[in-house]
Design a protein around this ligand. Structure first.
Ligand code: 1CP
Length: 350
């Protein structure tokens, strides 16, 4: 059995084998809370310049591993490289965030995009980074690839930017579900190809970030979150049966159990609003979970952080569990608090 000899605690956990000490990585662990990231970023220019320079992206991926000894490394890239590969322009407005153009305001715009050729070759630097990182990682560290989920990607493609309630995408999905389906189908297809190539280049598990899964009504959630995710999971499992898929439907709340059953993801990421005791009771027995410390508890630090960590470990004492935050680590997180978190996990975990 490959699991028994698996030397990587995180990968073993994703394959359903509970570890004595929960492995840990943090979403957005490579980024602006690290002085070494800020230094490299200042030297290289824009964020996309970093992503496209595979030596720089490799270095950024490795920085948090060197500093903290996390059990997992996550590829340094962004979910929005897929809209760009599909033919939209992508740039980052200083101090504001990502922008995509042209926006997809109606069926005509979607038709034009899905019938275009796109620029899948723009993803090549990402695969080059994967190869370099894999060669440099210590043998105990699991390498995670990722993509955005079709719904979350569609919300950015339709609005051309991040939007609080994803209103433009939700409206379009009601007004013209066929056009929405065309767009989602195109994203599903590109995502399967993108994640397969990440796996072929060396990632050992992949995470689907569905940051805006929480904004959908139940029937819409079935159609735009669960169904496309299930298609990606099925296709990846056919091609790469040994590579686990983590689904992270942020904000899914009471729909988490249906998501877990119907998408057949190998593991599920929980955001910080989910009660871990409830999750342990409601989710399929034995399904590995990942999460779900509040990023703000990490900023606060101290005894409250210790208490939050202990409560999460206790709730998941009986199932495979990967410790993580409920969302990305924030920029103003003190390094010393991350060190305290790791120390607590190594000491308390049993
Ligand atoms: O240095 C900078 O100014 C850039 C900030 C930054 C970083 C560090 C962006 C812009 N993306 C990233 C990297 C990134 N993004 C990773 C790398 C690996 C790691 O985790 O360390 C990952 C996995 C992502 C994923 C991502 N990008 C998501 C899903 C997770 C989440 O946070 O919800 C989303 C929604 C994005 C879009 C995006 N990219 C960047 C920003 C600021 C945003 C959010 C835009 C918005 O909605 O306002």
């Amino acid at each position: 059995m490959p699991e028994i000899s698996e030397p990587k605690a995180l990968l073993a956990t994703l394959k359903g084998v509970k570890q004595e000490k929960a492995p840990v990585w943090l979403m957005r662990q490579a980024g602006r809370y690290l002085p070494e990231y800020r230094a490299l970023r200042a030297k290289k220019g824009g964020f996309l310049d970093l992503v496209e320079d595979s030596d720089a992206a490799t270095e950024v991926t490795l920085q948090p591993i060197r500093r903290f000894g996390f059990d997992g490394a996550i590829l340094f890239s962004d979910i929005l490289v897929i809209p760009r590969a599909l033919g939209q322009d992508l740039w980052f407005e200083a101090g504001e965030g990502p922008r995509l153009a042209p926006v997809l305001e109606d069926r005509t715009a979607i038709d034009r995009l899905v019938s275009g050729r796109g620029d899948m070759a723009s993803l090549d630097p990402v695969y080059a980074t994967v190869t370099k990182v894999r060669a440099a990682l210590p043998p105990t560290v699991t390498f995670l690839g990722f993509a955005g989920s079709p719904w979350t990607i569609a919300t950015y493609m339709i609005a051309g930017r991040g939007s609080r309630e994803q209103a433009a995408a939700r409206r379009l999905a009601y007004a013209d579900p066929q056009a929405m389906q065309m767009l989602v189908d195109r994203i599903v297809e590109a995502t399967i190809s993108y994640l397969s190539k990440q796996i072929e280049a060396g990632v050992e598990a992949v995470q689907l970030f569905d940051s805006w899964a929480g904004s959908l009504a139940p029937a819409e959630f079935e159609r735009w979150v669960i169904a496309p995710t299930a298609r990606i999971v099925t296709a990846l499992r056919e091609r790469h049966p040994d590579t686990p898929v983590i689904g992270f439907p942020k904000g899914a709340g009471g729909k988490l159990a249906a998501y877990a059953r119907e998408t057949a993801v190998d593991a599920i990421g929980l955001d910080e609003t989910v009660d871990p005791v409830w999750a342990d009771r409601e989710l399929p027995p034995g399904l590995p979970v990942q999460g779900n410390c509040d990023p703000l508890a990490l900023i606060a630090g101290g005894a409250r952080l210790d208490g939050a960590v202990d409560a999460i470990l206790a709730a998941f004492a009986e199932r495979p569990h990967i410790f993580n935050l409920g969302h990305g680590i924030q920029q103003d997180t003190p390094i010393a608090h991350v060190e305290r978190l790791i120390a607590r996990l190594r000491e308390r975990n049993a």
